[in-house]
Design a protein around this ligand. Sequence first.
Ligand SMILES: Cc1ncc(COP(=O)(O)O)c(C=O)c1O
Length: 407
Amino acid sequence: MVFVKTLFWSPVMTPSHPKIEQPRLGEPYLLTPGPLTTSYAVKEAMLKDWGSWDDDFRAMTRELRSSLLGLLGDGADAFDCVPMQGSGSFSVEAMLASFIPPEGKALVLANGAYGQRSAQTLQYLGRDHIVLDKGDYLPPRGDEVARILADDPAITHVVAIHCETSSGILNPVEEISEATYAAGRKLLIDSMSAFGAIELRPSDIRYEAMVSSANKCIEGVPGFGFIVARKNELEAAKGNSHSLSLDVHAQWAHMNKTGQWRFTPPTHVVAAFIEALRAHAAEGGVAGRGARYTRNRDVMVAGMRELGFETLLDNRWLSPIIVTFFCPADEKFVFDRFYNLMKDKGFIIYPGKLTVVDSFRVGCIGQMDEVVMRNVVRAAKESLEEMGVTNAAPPLRALEERAKLAA
Ligand SMILES: Cc1ncc(COP(=O)(O)O)c(C=O)c1O
């Protein structure tokens, strides 16, 4: 067993969260940022069938909406929650189409695949937009946003990604929000992979709407996303959407009137999500969940660094969601082989999404704790040994790339 000492953040050595069980059917842990490893109780909640019109299911929809709003803390009264069928991208598209009116113009802050996807969505929607493209990971900063908004009075909305999951960077949404509202514009946030583990309190960060999905930090299974938006924006969104099924205003109005989803809801996924929300509350809500993920990251990153791996990002920018590591320079390191060796040991990791250097990613979210993370590090050590890689250090080019953010 590799002994891992923590380098930063959480000082606690023993897990303080409810017990985490190994996957009962023996499937590998998903070190991927959703779908992720869920508890047996969450999976078990899907064994019952529910009538989508029935009062019992309506009560579940009510609980889902009010529990999610509860995660906003102070200021939640001004917001409402609208669940939407489909994967996270469906909810992002629904949010962009419903809150940016056809005559609006968006500034998309992109530093990875999901910022680019928002821009592509706006392209499909025919919404005027410009992109601040910071490449693979460099964070969009408040002063840059302020400059662009000052130069272009036509921009009505700024679109920001909270945790850009393609690199794992936690973007500075506070300063982006300040710059946006100082210029009298509106902020929409894609908090897909962060919401539920990283605070997004409207009393701290102003925004009009945000989006996330069932299979991220709340630890449900895939099948729907949700939009949390100011009620006045929901009212004003009437008639904006290009799409019948992705119209947030229509879904909201119908849900408020009837207690039902407009079209067939993913009933089993909702039942699983209710179970996941209760476990989230039992763990201490956003703070408790965030603390476990932070501890997962600390233990895993410290252990990987002891093996010689280097992270793309400096500690200041690392999210507790997912971490990008550079592939070792050693030519005996072949990612596909490493992936399969890790899978044989019970862990599914993620290929990297950087365009400039080879990388891979390890997620910290889902039903896992530091005990599991120590085993991940041990599996990485053994996999390197089996490949004959004696040094996990990255090529010089990778370190030069990293220096760009430190500069
Ligand atoms: C930040 C972010 N936005 C959007 C998405 C898209 O979600 P989905 O793959 O569920 O459509 C993801 C997926 O991981 C994400 O991390």
